[in-house]
Design a protein around this ligand. Structure first.
Ligand code: OGA
Ligand code: NI
Length: 380
């Protein structure tokens, strides 16, 4: 039997569902396994061999996403604003990602956010278990490992603490937040909105739209969500992944990472590391923005590799638009023309969020086809 067959054999001969269920019912995530002292990763985390083989030769060194400096940016719409807006559009077309420095969010707040989120994951297991759930639609604060645990080909080596203020118009009840990180989360929301508004304004200007255009569409009543990912040091990092390749379901995402690294963006079919920049924040464009800009801006495919170093902390702040079943979004009229007709039909944020949760993370990129006019043929 060759290696490929041997591995296929191992992968199919174990009780995968049983292993997933036991892991899920333990409610302690990957940290629970590491705390129990495992030296090899359980089968459920091992990526199929063909997927691992496909990765060979796909990493690209000596390239990096643009760093954009907001230092001289004022609230006025002047020459500097136009220049930065242009830089953002170039970054969006070439990378779908950029890093921003001098963004106005205090560095101490970023450090505190990382520290407190770390404390959430490292607190007493019984406290953490109380937040463990797979009810992602109605709860606003939860802890879990792998939202797509039962759908993906292999589980990823990370735990997640999540705050969802999509359904509540951006409001979160402080009483529901875990005491260990409540204050910093509440403190984090406004600076993220300010920065998010600024970036949406710059993209609008860069695309030749009214400066408030995207801000008005994305923000609604300030709908947002936060995913705090905790990537543990992995004993066999080459066999698994931290986060599978995906495109975010958002207008934009503001991502904070610590100094460990592991995040990669797909650029010209190669994976490029997004190196940590002290005090910097990472901005990436999601598939909602791609659809409403009629593909002028592309959502970027990214992933996080597993590492032997850790734990690595990251905090993703998603702007996904106000949660509604009304089909109010679709390609912006000003961005379409006879020569450049709408690619997508109208859609609601509910539809797109639901389609996100119905699939494995890796399949999210295919979601866009479902929203294409040609998918339905009749444009409805
Ligand atoms: C995400 C994501 C990257 C990271 O949560 O969507 O891509 O570095 N996170 O954790
Ligand atoms: Ni992402």
């Amino acid at each position: 039997m060759d290696t490929q067959n041997a591995i296929n054999e191992t992968q199919s001969s174990y009780d995968r569902i049983g292993e997933l269920k036991a892991f899920d019912e333990g409610k302690l995530g990957v940290k629970g396994l590491v705390d129990a002292g495992i030296k090899k990763i359980p089968n459920m985390f091992i990526r199929p061999l063909e997927d691992r083989l496909k990765d060979f030769g796909t990493s690209s060194k000596n390239k990096s996403v643009p760093i954009i400096d907001f230092a001289s940016l004022s609230d006025e719409n002047n020459d500097r604003t136009a220049e930065i807006a242009k830089e953002i559009i170039v970054a969006s077309k070439e990378w779908g990602f950029f890093q921003v420095i001098n963004h106005g969010v205090p560095e101490e707040l970023l450090e505190k956010m990382i520290d407190r989120c770390r404390m959430f994951h490292e607190q007493d297991a019984e406290m953490k278990k109380k937040f463990y759930t797979r009810d992602f639609q109605s709860k606003s604060v939860y802890f879990f490992s792998n939202h797509d645990l039962y759908k993906s080909k292999a589980a990823c080596w990370r735990d997640t603490f999540y705050v969802n203020a999509r359904h509540t118009g951006g409001e979160v009840d402080p009483k529901e937040l875990p005491p260990i990180c409540k204050d910093v989360i509440l403190e984090y929301i406004n600076p993220m909105h300010k920065l998010g508004d600024r970036i949406l304004m710059l993209i609008s200007i860069g695309l030749g739209l009214e400066s408030e255009c995207l801000g008005n569409m994305a923000k609604g009543t300030k709908s947002w969500s936060i995913a705090n990912n905790y990537y543990l040091a992995c004993p066999e990092p080459e066999l698994t992944m931290g986060t599978d390749a995906h495109v975010d379901t958002s207008f934009i995402t503001i991502l904070l990472q610590d100094s460990i690294g592991g995040l990669q963006v797909l650029h010209e079919n190669k994976w490029v590391d997004i190196e940590p920049v002290t005090g910097g924040l990472i901005i990436n464009f999601g598939n909602i923005l791609q659809m409403i800009t009629n593909d002028m801006i592309k959502g970027a495919c990214h992933r996080v590799i597993a590492k032997s170093a850790g734990p690595r902390l990251s905090v993703a702040f998603f702007f996904s638009g106000v949660f509604s079943s009304e089909k109010i979004h679709g390609p912006i009229k000003e961005l379409t023309s006879e020569d450049n007709p709408s690619i997508y039909r109208k859609f609601s944020t509910e539809e797109i969020i639901k389609s996100f949760f119905s699939k494995s993370l890796e399949e999210v990129g295919d979601n866009l086809d479902y929203f294409k006019l040609k998918y339905h043929g009749d444009g409805n």
